[in-house]
Ligand binder design. Sequence first.
Ligand code: GDG
Length: 472
Amino acid sequence: MAKLIIVSNRLPVKLQEKEGELQFKTSEGGLATGLGSIYKEGDNLWIGWPGKVVEEADKQQQIIKELQKESMFPVFLTEAEIKEYYEGFSNETLWPTFHYFSQYAVYDQQFWETYKNANQKFCDEIVKHAGPDDTIWVHDYQLLLLPSMLREKLPDCTIGFFQHIPFPSYEVFRLLPWRKELLEGMLGSDLVGFHTYDDMRHFLSSVNRLVGYGSMHGWINTGTRSLLVDSFPMGIDYEKYAQTAVSEEVAKRERIYRSNLKAEKLIISIDRLDYSKGIPQRLDAFEKFLEKYPEFHDKVTLVMLVVPSRDEVEKYKELKEEVDEMVGRINGKYSHIDWNPIQYFYRSYPLETLSAFYRMADIALVTPMRDGMNLVCKEYVASKHDQTGVLILSEMAGASKELSDALLINPNDIDQMVEALHQALTMPVEEQKVHMTSMQETIKRYNIHHWVSMFMDRLSYVKIKQLSMATT
Ligand code: GDG
């Protein structure tokens, strides 16, 4: 029977070693939840790196055995591959370029060679499991070359590719020395998906100018085959966030946090530590807000959760220092004995804690410089059980295309962010409810399950269309 093979850089598990014993914890990430219902069906499976460098053969065997029970198969990466393929090419070359931070991009031939080899390693593992009738769904920028590698080995397979981060405009993408090879890698797919229409247009324009293929209504003809490029805005597991927010556990946490936080109004900010998320600019805006509106001193607190991320990469270490310094300076300037304007946490928290913060927050301040989609803002909206609260959202997040009821800001315009904060803090409850209700309707409908079925349906449609094109 035909099966679905999902491929991502990381498997949806956390692998830990406790007293020599290997333990797995299934991840609660959005992708894992969305695909969870389908990847365990029938013979479907998931292939990816288990998240830890394991070189001993006996340990690798143990991991393979354990993961197999969960329909997962590992691709083992070496220390050097993690450094050069993952931290290097993926996170120091592609990530900054695709987020319009090309001044941070490192162009290193060795990183590129290892990126190619690592993509080949994924391909080799997939080939062991895939048959000609199978569908392979490849995820994200770490695996841009994989669709073509697979196409070569498995010409009849159905291959979908989804990119979770933005695709930059041609003028930025063309800066990459390996730009043409990257596009050719993606063109091995039958369907290429992005979060937004703009990303899709940028991709088509780069394909046109760098590879020479035009397009019609998203269809590209390579001369030997046709593929479709389309946008699929990713949603969240709405019910999970809505239900967690009204659970007894979350209500209990909220009572504890409220009694400890003295301020009347709470602003929440949650991101991985990443320069694309605009954390320093957000702090700058909050500091200017405190300066301009002193009547809010003692009354408003910014709860800022920053989740450690890529701390081996130099730019991330620098950013951490910058954020630490800014928080220290602002708190040093404005704190009283019983009020800190910023409560800063550099760690990750369980879902229930996140949910309590979402539920309590009068404002969510989501201001990335660039974001493929941004799920935090959607989770906030889903958690507002009484429809109060205001979302301040960057125009540069893919989510802004769907959430036009948010207060949309340009994260480079600090004064605009200051005024948005003031507007949000003084917005009448009735007005908050109108906007929140409308956003909830959108997010509830276009949830993660909708996203998965849209992509899979479109992929089947492409195959049917290709067949009819071949016979006419
Ligand atoms: C990439 C793209 C795109 C955060 N802190 C904790 C925690 N989180 C969870 C959030 C949310 C997820 O992490 C972050 O997702 P985002 O979408 O906001 O951002 P990226 O990690 O950059 O994701 C992005 C996404 O892929 C999907 O396509 O939207 O644009 O960059 O779900 O809740 N979860 C827990 N504790 C934390 O402390 N449990």
